[in-house]
Design a binder for this molecule. Structure first.
Ligand code: UD1
Ligand code: CA
Length: 457
């Protein structure tokens, strides 16, 4: 559809949000609202959408970057005014213009395609997307004549009591024949309570000119309306989350309790993975097949292999191979790689470290800036002392080494292949391969010590 261009309005402040953040940047399931609109737009048109920015526009362009072409509306004089500004960049364009509002994240490409198809089939001047809601307060109402033909949209603040009772509302999504829109835009007047140029008035202007107005009623009701306040934002979040979980259930993922499971839209999950209650999967996390995640686990921006188990744990920007066991109560921080068949147990913190194939860090350890080979066993309570107060230093533990419990490894230090470190050691010097290192005070035993004391009394 190259004779189609998309305009997204994103210049408004969103007063009712009572926020320093422009409304379109408020996150829904971890992504800014306007990003969803952009994603849907990309599916119906290969060209970059024209995004109108204004209020804190640098923040919006900063977030969207190269994905769009930008137009600046320095004063927010209304949706009609915003579209006019975008049109200044369209020259002699001769196709259709899809107008979307940046605050309607639940809109789908399928709905947009349906709207465009109807518009073209009916050869309409404008086709708008409407929907029926129980409580239409705040929305523009769709006006129809006795024969059911759309004749205009009246905004809430302009509506008569009879018009306020209309439950069919405007979603803010329209497909215009560009030449008709361009003809009507200069005729818009800001003669309303807000003193704004309402895009919605274009509908009545075109109707007066005898042009064809069409409407598609979206079945999925209020799911495509834009949240204007935090209550509606929470509801939008709930609906989006439900949609994401439904998608993955269709792909073969089990959610034991969808009401307490949070999955961001960019996350990918393999079939036969089971997600337990209280689990949060954020960012661009990718999970393989047959995994068991949770309960009570948060994974951000990480890659997890197949058949892994992660429970009661936090993972941030880590890479995990196949058949790995993590938890309970493990904290894996950025830069950590856990290779296949490794085990990370309870109260273990890992940071910027590699745990080699089949190696085990089963309990109570801090491993930072370390490279651990394969088949290594790290005893309970082992700590890498990686920080000297100024700099971080590396610890290297080679294949097959065995670190006794309660060992402090003072970095930089290297433990050779198959070396053995005695429990309770404080290791400050490198240990060669196959060697035994013990670095602790000798045990002193004084025979009959208590007996002598008793005799003194
Ligand atoms: C708008 C519609 C209303 C519809 C509702 C659906 C108008 C006049 N009204 O009302 O009929 O039922 O959406 O959600 O269009 N924006 C700009 N520049 C401006 C003003 C707004 O870019 O000068 C952008 C905003 O950033 C936002 C969108 O346009 O993304 C809609 O603006 P908003 O103020 O939320 O309009 P509503 O009052 O919700
Ligand atoms: Ca709105």
């Amino acid at each position: 559809m190259s004779d189609l261009k998309v305009v997204i309005l994103a210049a408004g402040k969103g007063k009712r949000m009572k926020s320093k953040l422009p409304k379109v940047l408020h996150p829904v399931c971890g992504l800014p609202m306007v990003q969803y609109v952009l994603d849907a737009a990309r599916e119906v048109s290969p060209e970059k959408p024209l995004v109108v920015v204004g209020y804190k526009g640098e923040e919006v362009t900063g977030v969207l970057g190269e994905q769009a072409e930008y137009f600046w509306q320095t004063e927010q004089l209304g949706t009609g005014h915003a579209v006019k500004i975008a049109c200044s960049g369209l020259g002699s364009f001769n196709g259709d213009l899809l107008v979307l509002y940046g605050d309607t994240p639940l809109v789908t490409a399928a709905t947009l395609r349906q709207l465009i198809a109807r518009h073209r089939q009916e050869k309409a001047a404008v086709t708008l997307l409407s929907t029926e809601v129980e409580d239409p307060g705040g929305y523009g109402r769709v006006l129809r004549d006795g024969d059911g033909r759309v004749i205009g949209i009246v905004e809430d603040d302009q509506a008569t009591p009879e018009e306020k009772a209309i439950t069919e509302v405007n979603t803010g999504i329209y497909c215009f024949r560009y030449s008709d829109l361009n003809e009507a835009l200069p005729e818009l007047r800001a003669d309303n309570a807000q003193g704004e140029y309402y895009l919605t008035d274009v509908v009545a202007l075109l109707q007066e000119k005898g042009r064809k107005i069409e409407a598609v009623k979206a079945g999925d009701s209020w799911e495509i309306l834009g949240p204007n306040d935090r209550k509606a934002l929470a509801e939008t979040e709930r609906l989006m989350r439900q949609r994401i979980l439904m998608h993955w259930m269709d792909e073969g993922v089990t959610f034991i309790d969808p009401t307490t499971t949070y999955v961001d839209p960019r996350v990918k999950l393999g079939a036969d993975t089971t997600v337990y209650p209280g689990t949060h999967l954020y960012g661009e996390t990718v999970v393989g097949e047959g995994c068991h995640l949770g309960p009570y686990t948060q994974i951000t921006g990480s890659r997890i292999g197949n058949n892994c188990r992660v429970f009661f744990s936090v993972l941030d920007t880590v890479e995990v191979g196949d058949d790995v066991n993590i938890g309970p109560f493990a904290n894996l921080r950025p830069g950590t790689v856990v290779e296949a068949r490794a085990k990370v147990g309870d109260f273990v913190e890992l940071k910027n470290s590699r745990i080699g194939m089949g190696s085990k860090v089963p309990h109570l350890s801090y491993i930072g800036d370390s490279q651990i080979g394969s088949g290594v066993n790290i005893g309970a309570g082992t700590i890498t002392c990686n920080y000297d107060g100024k700099n971080k230093h590396a610890t290297i533990i080679k294949d097959g080494a065995f670190i006794g419990s309660n060992t402090s490894l003072v970095a930089p230090v290297t433990i050779g292949e198959n070396a053995l470190v005695g429990a309770g050691s404080t290791i400050t010097k490198d240990v060669p391969g196959r060697a035994l290192a013990i670095a602790r005070a000798h045990q002193v035993v004084k025979e009959n010590w208590r007996k002598q004391e008793e005799e003194k009394d």
